[in-house]
Design a protein around this ligand. Structure first.
Ligand SMILES: Nc1ncnc2c1ncn2[C@@H]1O[C@H](COP(=O)(O)OP(=O)(O)OP(=O)(O)O)[C@@H](O)[C@H]1O
Length: 649
């Protein structure tokens, strides 16, 4: 097999590595870190050192005499918060003096939800009931026990209820809104929300959304309580400000009511959580929303090559609702961006495998490579192919193959039918209307006494038949159900299948803790991270922008975040056919418009031809579906067994 275009001449290994994380601040960063205004927004693009500047701000405040316990630092995820704590701690340690690592671990650095929990536990507001925190699993159990499924189960009930809480809406307010809009689906959701809140209260549980709701309630209802709590802090440092939602904004507003200074960093172009009520309007309107505002910009991109900065700039420039930003690439590298137009998803997976092997062969560590995608099913084919080749990999975001909905249903149901006592299999199935229906249909539609491979195929068919809505999502659903059934059948016995799943989970955990592994991630899961080489897979017209998304600007931001994770080498790959003929994503052309010819490399002549070809011929409505008739089942996924023959349904 020939190496993919570009690898042979890849100068990546000979280029200097980017500087270490805590480089001294540049003049723009220093100005922002030392700002005096009451409300500061550092607005800057990816890789400009926003997080680095936040660390610098913390150190600066300490140098000015601030007490660490009075500096509240928040970021978006618990993982990011721990990384931030580690970075600040390392910086303080190098300053010497009397740094006490144990004490520093207790300083208020966390997510806004985590901070709300901490305040509620240590200083409960008047009227706050005793509570236990219910994680997502516990909440799903409440939903299952009370059968709070929604007719439209495309969105999980926990997400729907969470969205009300992100907007600080009580069940009564949600119901009133639904009635005003005269929308039966919304009325059903609001009523289920009310029952959910009652069920949580009976069990003494708060879910994550309740934590901020309850703190805000306490702060708003009791002035003395608010004054006491807000009085704890002199400084609020907020990372990823573009992703805050109305409930979080209210919490910050209340926490600074005793005069704390607000200092936030963010990038409106990286707001990815509109579906969780994040609203770019908060960052766009910062200067009118807060007192004594000051806006700082960082213009030097320390992460990416000039090629990547230019291509990403051309892309995001097409969005209208944004602050324009100039970015100067620190690295002058014009290393070409690679476009790979592949036949189909199998071909794409083969290509990605050749790319990572090629880079590794040239000395790049696995953990400097990532494959990012908009939708989990794009990653699953690549995941299987890399795993079978024995490449160490970590799957981040909602995308681990065995966690995908149709895969869980197929594997769980086949196992359960083969052994009704298999509790893990029951847990894999989860709960919901679709699960109830499957369990109801299974006894009459499936002959469970046949050998394991035949059982798997029957289950694959049954699960695939639950696909909906019509269209691509249904096709993806069926494809994944068949893939899972195929993999399970190939194992020969249920015991071998369970062993395969366990081994894969173990190897994922090993890779995660060991560190040196290629990252496969949804774009959402890649936020804030960086790698030397990034392949953005599935760059197709119906996936990027995703055809079901109502927000095209957010879709473009997703592509932007994906592309800007790359330091030196960026590949955009697309398949000409993914169960139907598809055109390349329009975002590819937008990115290329920012580049000169010498900054673009096509994997092969066909890639260029495919990119510039017109839209694909529509698939005949009555034409046969290409429902993975043949899957090369991975040898590496079934340790110790010879590569299998292809399976046909
Ligand atoms: N002053 C500097 N000198 C050299 N390198 C720097 C400097 N500031 C930041 N960097 C490097 O630039 C890279 C990006 O920094 P950082 O993660 O802080 O950016 P960011 O703006 O928060 O990015 P994103 O918005 O994509 O999360 C890191 O590798 C960091 O070490």
């Amino acid at each position: 097999m020939s190496p993919p275009g570009g690898i042979a001449t890849l100068p990546a290994m000979s280029e200097p590595a980017p500087p270490a994380a805590e480089s001294p601040l540049d003049p723009e960063q220093r100005l922002a870190a030392e700002a005096e205004a009451d409300s500061v927004l550092v607005l800057a693009g990816p890789g400009t050192g926003k997080t680095t500047t936040l660390v610098g701000r913390y150190v600066h405040l300490l140098e000015q005499g601030a007490a660490p316990a009075r500096i509240f630092v928040s970021t978006f995820t618990a993982r990011a918060a721990e990384e931030l704590r580690g970075r600040i701690g390392a910086r303080l340690e190098t300053r010497g003096g009397d740094f006490d690592a144990e004490r520093f671990r207790r300083m208020p650095i966390g997510t806004l939800h985590g901070m709300a929990l901490r305040l509620l536990q240590r200083h409960p507001p008047p009227g706050c009931p005793r509570f236990r925190v219910f994680d997502e699993q516990a909440c799903s159990r409440v939903i299952a026990r009370h059968r709070l499924y929604l007719g439209d189960d495309v969105r999980k009930p926990t997400d729907v209820f969470g969205a009300y809480k992100d907007r600080l809406m009580s069940p009564a307010a949600a119901l009133a809104e639904a009635k005003v809009r005269n929308d039966a689906t919304l009325v059903e959701a609001a009523e289920a929300y009310g029952r959910y809140q009652r069920a949580l209260a009976e069990e003494g549980g708060f879910d994550f959304g309740d934590l901020i709701m309850e703190l805000v309630r306490g702060l708003e209802e009791d002035e003395a309580y608010r004054a006491r709590i807000a009085g704890f802090f002199d400084h609020l440092l907020i990372d990823e400000y573009q992703d805050i939602n109305p409930a979080q904004e209210r919490m910050l507003r209340l926490l600074r009511s005793e005069g704390a200074r607000l200092w936030a960093v963010g990038d409106d172009d990286q707001c990815l959580y509109a579906w969780r009520s994040a609203d770019p309007a908060f960052i766009l309107g910062f200067e009118t929303a807060w007192p004594d505002p000051a806006l700082f910009r960082l213009s030097r991109n320390y992460r990416s090559s000039a090629t990547i900065v230019n291509a990403a700039g051309a892309l995001i420039g097409a969005n209208r609702r944004r602050h324009a930003k100039d970015q100067v690439p620190h690295s002058a590298s014009r290393l070409a961006l690679t476009i790979a137009g592949l036949d189909d998803d199998e071909d794409e997976a083969d290509y990605v495998l050749r790319v990572v092997k090629g880079l590794s062969g040239r000395g790049m560590p696995w953990n400097e490579m990532a494959v990012l995608y908009r939708a989990g099913h794009v990653g699953s084919r690549i995941q299987i192919r890399l795993a079978e080749a024995g490449i160490p990999l970590v799957v981040r975001g909602a995308g681990e193959f065995w966690q995908l909905g149709p895969v869980r249903l197929t594997a769980g149901l086949a196992r359960l039918l083969s052994n009704p006592q298999d509790m893990d299999a029951r847990a894999m199935l989860g709960h919901g209307k679709r699960v109830d229906k499957l369990l109801q249909q299974a006894p009459e539609k499936i002959d469970a006494d046949v050998p394991w491979p035949a059982l798997c195929r029957q289950v694959g068919r049954l699960v695939s038949a639950t696909a909906r809505p019509p269209g691509e999502e249904g096709l993806q659903w069926r494809d994944l159900a068949f893939t899972a059934a195929d993999l399970a059948a190939e194992c020969g016995t249920v015991a071998a299948f369970i062993a395969l799943m366990e081994e894969q989970r173990r190897s994922l955990r090993r890779a995660e803790s060991g560190g040196d592994a290629v990252v496969l991630s949804t774009i959402h899961g890649a936020k804030g991270l960086e790698w030397s080489a990034v392949v953005v897979a599935g760059c197709e017209a119906d996936l990027m922008p995703h055809e079901s998304s109502p927000d095209l600007e957010e879709e473009r931001r997703l592509m932007y975040v994906a592309a800007t994770r790359a330091k030196r080498w960026l590949v955009l790959s697309f398949a000409a056919e993914r169960r139907k003929a598809v055109a390349p994503s329009p975002y590819i052309a937008e990115m290329l418009s920012g580049l000169d010819e010498d900054q673009i490399r096509y994997h092969d002549p066909q890639s260029r031809a495919r990119l510039h070809a017109g839209p694909p011929q529509p698939v005949k409505a009555d034409g046969p579906l290409r429902l993975r008739p043949e899957l090369k089942v991975s040898s590496g996924m079934r340790k110790g067994r010879a590569p299998s023959k292809r399976t046909r349904f």
